[in-house]
Write a new protein. Sequence first.
Length: 212
Amino acid sequence: MRKFAAYLILALSLLTIYGSAALTLVVKQEYEINAQIIVYSMIVNFMVMFVPAVLFVLLMYGEVWKKLYYRKEKALKSMIYGVLAAIAFMLITAVILYGIGYKEENPLAEEIGKSINIPLAFAISIMAAINEETFFRSLIHMHLENKIGFIPASLISSFLFAMAHLEYQTFLQIIMPFIFGMILAFLIHKFHNVIAPMAAHFIYNFIALSML
């Protein structure tokens, strides 16, 4: 019964994430982005990603933090490598995109940029890192890796991570999260500590938002 409840919670979470993402593709509705909407979105993401991940492992295993790879061991080393990985990824992709002359408009990101300041950018970045890495890397990736191996788990979790960004409706915002997701998957695989991909995700988002 506990196992059934755990998978039901996970299924509802996935349905909410990808149902809302798909809805943005078929419903062309213009709406204003402001600080209140952004805060509301952060709360919703917490409820549909972080909370289900915690409930899933609690019901399945009777414990939470160890099963979600929240660990003190090598925490500082994991954080440093995560930060370096994110910066390296951003620099390499920037050079490649500049070299090929690729430019792409991102209306949603631009609207978000108009509505935030540095403290809010920090809050968005830290919450996104916690929520998304707990869900996609700690829960989805590592539990798949333990069953089917690193490479298949990385491909699946990165694909799911990329599809969660459908609301941006741009090619770059699909392919970039997929590639970055592979890096994040490697980080948690390497260190067995979610702090590594969290640090990378935070730095990537914070720098990107600060530049909008």
